[in-house]
Ligand binder design. Structure first.
Ligand SMILES: [Zn+2]
Length: 149
């Protein structure tokens, strides 16, 4: 195990020179170089592992992170490609044009001029149904007696 002492020379990434350079340890905390002084620009800064080593470390840790973000992106984009499976009416489904005067039993697929195609989830009141649309669940009226048309 390496023991660090103040005054010792160590390779560190210099934030001013932006290079891996020889630094002199100014302060050691928990046997880790804390503050270092650049032998080139004499700037004092927190110790940073040489870029070459940091690049290797970040490259190996970046790989699974990239893979994870790719899979989450696939999951979210997969949604738009294949819109929430339960929202797609079955091939044989009869899509009824929504009208307040019509009755829509649970499970009926209907087409609403604003919300699009949705399915009746449940009847919440004699004349109210909960319909699930792509944009969310809406409460619609149904079975209303048409006012003179
Ligand atoms: Zn420097």
């Amino acid at each position: 195990m390496t023991t660090y002492r103040a005054g010792q020379e160590i390779d560190s990434y210099c934030t001013k020179c932006k290079l891996d350079l020889t630094h002199k340890i100014i302060a050691v905390v928990s046997n880790k170089p804390a503050k270092v002084e650049c032998r080139t620009c004499y700037g004092v800064h927190n110790y940073r592992a040489p870029k070459s080593a940091a690049a290797v470390a970040s490259a190996s840790s970046a790989t699974p992170r990239a893979a994870r973000s790719t899979s989450s992106r696939t999951a979210s984009s997969g949604r738009s490609v294949d819109p929430e499976p339960p929202m797609a009416p079955p091939d044989h489904a009869r899509i009824v044009l929504y009208a307040t005067s019509e009755k829509f039993p649970v499970g009926t697929w209907l087409s609403h001029k604003v919300f699009g195609v949705g399915v009746v989830l449940r009847e919440i009141a004699v004349s109210k149904i909960e319909v699930r649309f792509d944009s969310g669940t809406k409460v619609l009226v149904h079975g209303m007696t048409p006012i003179a048309s």
